[in-house]
Write a protein that binds this ligand. Sequence first.
Ligand SMILES: [Zn+2]
Ligand SMILES: [Zn+2]
Length: 196
Amino acid sequence: MPRDLAFSCRCGSLAGVLHDASPRSGCHLICYCADCRAFARHMGVADRLTPGGGSQLFQALPAKIGITKGAELVACLRLSPKGLHRWYAACCNTPLANTVGTPKVPLAGLWVPLFADPAALGPVVTLGFTKMALKEPGAPKKDRGLVRMLGGLLMRSAASYADGTARISPFFTADGTPVVAPKVIDPAAKAAAYAA
Ligand SMILES: [Zn+2]
Ligand SMILES: [Zn+2]
């Protein structure tokens, strides 16, 4: 059964809801890419990475994400001038979601540790960029579920364009501008975040 799933940053100043959450409403994945890992380190949440240095994300439609408290705390960081928009709560540096730089692509990868109880998202079905996983116990050896991820993405995108909700997002205004100007990480902080 889809349900509304509450989330909040670590300090509780920012809170929100993922509407109609269910295993079919998005893709529950772990991304082992060095960029997601560097972002987690920079935010001070490396302790929430999975074995192998993975970031647990739920790719959802942005229109399903509502920020109910502390919307003015939303901030955005990019790890390079062309990198993903990585949204976070500025009060306590909790990651919120990553998106591309335009609401034309209806996709937000929510940081799953935001949810006190993520059970409604179902189990992790996709492992990505496992070649970049840290060599440590529990690290996966092979990607899986990427075709399923892509298929779900296309189907949800098409459905959201069909029902007119594709460009609704808590991270972009109606004209497609980011709600806050993204900053690019400074070089010293970047080097520290990528250092293993
Ligand atoms: Zn906070
Ligand atoms: Zn990644």
